[in-house]
Design a protein around this ligand. Structure first.
Ligand code: BTN
Length: 325
């Protein structure tokens, strides 16, 4: 199959099945079968009758492409790729549970399509075919479970910065876990943890980024966007992924080495966070209106309540934040 990809890579126009067959000394039907396998492996190959096959590298996304020139040392070095799966978080959890302590930190599970993508608070996450980056990363930080929510905040910075570096699109963060462009959601983060009372066994960091989607369903249209809709310099998912993984690895290393919670990242997060200085609705056990003031050294959101002017710290969890200005 590598040989077919090489032929397609060296030809920018259509290549006939007959030509490929002759070059590789295989039948046209063997060519067709291999092309079908390549498509299943995430290569976007356009087939046109009487013309042949053409590779669209910009739209292709697969394990080989991810591992080629991967700029990280840990994140994604061990990659499991699915053309289609239920949920990358679910699959990574299966791997981590099966491999136990031997599972490698930085293991990446990534898919072209998810049939049962999961969002926060039990919601579903739409992950249409080849339209986004749907990934899950395995982390094994030596931290107590109560500090684990910082990982979501680090991921927010990494996605915001990674998208900006690779596409030039300016992004913001809605505390604690949405990345926005012009107020619309471009990325959601679902962090799940396996832990004991005092230690984390592993964390699954799930990140979903809308890349190529140009049409959203009715209710999503007003609140969601994608790289394609925002006209970034590239919608090449491999480039965007590399940029995000590199940024996340850098931040994660500082987090582990400094052992100082979220403190080293507070000022960068505050600059990116749309909730600071703006009115929000805090939706949880109690619902109230407030203004975001800042971020605490352990990643909480400091707000001033509109009803009694008292300051309060919101810790991430079952709380939802709605921007109202
Ligand atoms: C949210 O905003 O509700 C969080 C969405 C998280 C979606 C990602 S996509 C990759 C990973 N696998 C999943 O099933 N969900 C997360």
């Amino acid at each position: 199959m590598d040989k077919i990809i090489n032929i397609l890579k060296t030809n920018t126009d259509y290549v006939s099945g007959e030509y490929i067959g002759t070059e590789l000394n295989i039948t046209r039907s063997a060519v067709w079968k291999n092309i079908r396998k390549l498509k299943e492996n995430g290569y976007d190959i356009i087939s046109v009758t009487n013309k042949g096959y053409k590779l669209d590298l910009e739209n292709s996304f697969n394990k080989d492409m991810i591992l080629e020139n991967l700029p990280t040392k840990i994140m994604g070095k061990n990659t499991v790729f699915f053309n289609e799966t239920d949920s990358t978080n679910t699959q990574l959890k299966l791997i981590a549970t099966k491999d136990g302590i031997n599972v490698k930190e930085g293991t990446l599970v990534i898919a072209n399509t998810m049939t049962m993508g999961r969002g926060r608070l039990g919601r579903t996450w739409t992950a249409n075919k080849c339209e986004g980056i749907w990934l899950s990363l395995l982390l094994k930080p030596n931290i107590p479970p109560e500090n684990a929510s910082v990982i979501t905040l680090l991921a927010g910075i990494a996605v915001a910065q990674g998208i900006e570096n690779s596409t030039g699109i300016h992004t913001n963060i809605k505390w604690p876990n949405d990345v926005l462009v012009r107020g619309k959601k471009i990325c959601g983060i679902l962090t799940e943890m396996d832990c004991e009372m005092e230690r984390v066994n592993f964390i699954i960091l799930g990140i979903g980024i809308n890349v190529k989607t140009t049409e959203f369903d009715n209710e999503l249209e007003k609140i969601a966007t994608s790289i394609a809709l925002e006209k970034g310099a590239t919608t090449n998912r491999t480039k965007i992924l590399h940029s995000i993984l590199l940024e996340f690895e850098r931040l994660y290393r500082i987090f582990i080495e400094k052992n100082n919670g979220f403190l080293p990242f507070v000022s960068q997060y505050e600059k990116l966070c749309v909730n600071i200085g703006n009115k929000i609705n805090v939706l949880g056990n109690e619902t109230f209106e407030a203004v975001g003031l800042g971020i605490t050294p352990d990643g909480g959101l400091i707000v001033k309540r509109s009803d009694n002017q008292q300051e309060q710290i919101i810790v991430s969890g079952e709380v939802s934040i709605r921007s109202i200005s």
